[in-house]
Design a protein around this ligand. Structure first.
Ligand SMILES: Nc1ncnc2c1ncn2[C@@H]1O[C@H](COP(=O)(O)OP(=O)(O)OP(=O)(O)O)[C@@H](O)[C@H]1O
Ligand SMILES: [Mg+2]
Length: 368
C-alpha cells in the first residue's frame, strides 16, 4: 500500500508540452484510473510515476517521501520505487515458460518453492491461463500474453501496481471477466493501483476515482458516480457515457433572484443559490438519454419530432429533433415511434447539468 502525490508535473518531448501542471493525489489503497483519448498523456504520466521518464518540473512523493524533483534534477531510480508496471506493450521474456515468468520475481525474493508454486498457480488461475503454464510467449495469442503480464505483476504483491491498458487485447467476454478479477484482486490485496485506459466503461466499473485527461491536462478527478452524474466540463460530459450525453443550447435571463432558461426542452427556472460560477446569456444544457420520458399524447410539455426510432431488444433509442437541435432518448423495452411524429418530453429540471457556454465549465449541478 502506498500514497502517491504528483505536484505540478510538467513534461516535454522536444517542444511538445505533453503534461501540463499535473496535480494528482492517489490515496493509499486507491484504484485510480487515468482516462482520456489517445495521445492525452496517460502513459507518460504512468512512466513519470514509474521513474522511466523525468519531468522537467514538479515533484512526486511516495508515502510522503520525495522520489522525484524536476527542478533539482533529482530522480529516485525506478528499481527503488517498489512498484510494478504492466506496459501497454507487455514485454515477456521469450526464453522462459509462462510458469517461469510468473515465478521469477518470487525466486529473486528467495521464497520457498512450495509457496512460490501456490502463488503462481493462483495468479494463473485468476487470469484463466493455467493451461498455458508450460508454453513460451511466442506460443501464445496477444490476449494470453497480456494476461501473463498481469499474472507476473500481481504475483509479487507490489505496493503499487501500474497498469497501462492491460485488457486492450482481450475479447469482450474475457475483458468483462478480467475487470471483475482485477476489482476483486484490488480489494483483497489492498494494493494501490494506477490504471490507464481510454475505455470509459472500464474506468467507471473498476475505479475508486477517475482522473480525466485531455491534451496533457486533468479536467476532473472524481468518483465514477460523480464523473457520470456531474461532469465538470462539457468535454468530460461528451466523453463519459454510451450512448453519449445530449447537449443543447439555452438562452439565459436573470430575473430577481432567479435565472430563466429557455431551450428546446421548454422553460426552466433556476434559483440563484444553485449557480456556482458564472452564468452568461447563453448556456449549454446536458442530460443523459435515459433521463427523458416520452409521451405520444400532448401533456403540455415541450414537443419534438421523431427523426428515427431504433429498438434493440432490451431498450429503444429514439433520435429526436426540436428547434434545429438533435438529441437521443433511451427507453427501456421495445417501443415504436413513427418517423416525423410528434412526441412530448418530460424531464426533471433538477437533473440537468448546466454549463457556461464560453468556458464549458459546470455552473449548475444536476441533483441525483
Ligand atoms: N518517446 C516519445 N517521444 C516523443 N513524443 C512522445 C513520446 N512518447 C509519447 N509522446 C507524445 O506525447 C503525447 C502523450 O503520449 P502518451 O503515450 O502519454 O499518450 P496516451 O494518453 O497514453 O495515448 P494512448 O491512449 O494512445 O496510449 C503524445 O502526443 C505522444 O505523441
Ligand atoms: Mg498510452
Amino acid at each position: 500500500m502506498s500514497k502517491i502525490v504528483l505536484n505540478n508535473i510538467n513534461k516535454f518531448y522536444g517542444s511538445n508540452h505533453v503534461l501540463k501542471d499535473i496535480n494528482l493525489t492517489i490515496n493509499d489503497g486507491e484504484f485510480m484510473t487515468l482516462l482520456g483519448p489517445s495521445g492525452c498523456g496517460k502513459t507518460t504520466t504512468l512512466r513519470v510515476i514509474a521513474g522511466l521518464e523525468e519531468p522537467k518540473s514538479g515533484q512526486i512523493y511516495m508515502d510522503d517521501k520525495l522520489i522525484a524533483n524536476g527542478e533539482e534534477d533529482f530522480f529516485t531510480p525506478s528499481s527503488e520505487r517498489n512498484l510494478n508496471l504492466v506496459f501497454q506493450s507487455y514485454a515477456l521474456w521469450p526464453h522462459m515458460t509462462v510458469y517461469q515468468i510468473v515465478a521469477f520475481g518470487l525466486q529473486i525474493k528467495k521464497m520457498p518453492k512450495n509457496q512460490i508454486d501456490e502463488i503462481v498457480k493462483n495468479a494463473l488461475k485468476r487470469m484463466q491461463i493455467e493451461e498455458y503454464a508450460d508454453r513460451y510467449p511466442s506460443e501464445l495469442s496477444g490476449g494470453q500474453q497480456q494476461r501473463v503480464a498481469i499474472a507476473r505483476a500481481i504475483a509479487t504483491n507490489p505496493k503499487v501496481l501500474l497498469l497501462d491498458e492491460p485488457l486492450s487485447n482481450l475479447d469482450a467476454k474475457l475483458r468483462v471477466d478480467m475487470r471483475g478479477e482485477l476489482k476483486r484482486l484490488h480489494q483483497e490485496m489492498g494494493t494501490t493501483i494506477v490504471y490507464v485506459t481510454h475505455d470509459q466503461v472500464e474506468a467507471l466499473t473498476m475505479s475508486t476515482r477517475v482522473a480525466i485527461f485531455f491534451e496533457g491536462e486533468i479536467e476532473q478527478v472524481d468518483t465514477p458516480m460523480n464523473v457520470y452524474n456531474n461532469p465538470a466540463t462539457v468535454k468530460v460530459a461528451n466523453f463519459i457515457g454510451n450512448p453519449r450525453i445530449n447537449t443543447i443550447n439555452g438562452t439565459v435571463k436573470k430575473q430577481d433572484s432567479k435565472y430563466l432558461i429557455d431551450s428546446c426542452l421548454g422553460h426552466i427556472e433556476i434559483p440563484e443559490s444553485d449557480v456556482e460560477g458564472e452564468l452568461t446569456d447563453k448556456c449549454v444544457i446536458a442530460f443523459r438519454p435515459e433521463q427523458v420520458i416520452l409521451s405520444k399524447k400532448d401533456n403540455g410539455k415541450a414537443s419534438a419530432k421523431v427523426y428515427s426510432c431504433m429498438p434493440a431488444g432490451s431498450e429503444t433509442l429514439v433520435s429526436l429533433e426540436a428547434n434545429n437541435e438533435q438529441f437521443l432518448v433511451k427507453e427501456l423495452g421495445v417501443n415504436e415511434y413513427e418517423h416525423n411524429s410528434t412526441v412530448y418530453l418530460s424531464i426533471d429540471s433538477n437533473r440537468l447539468n448546466i454549463y457556461n457556454f464560453e468556458t464549458g465549465k459546470l455552473v449548475v449541478k444536476a441533483q441525483m
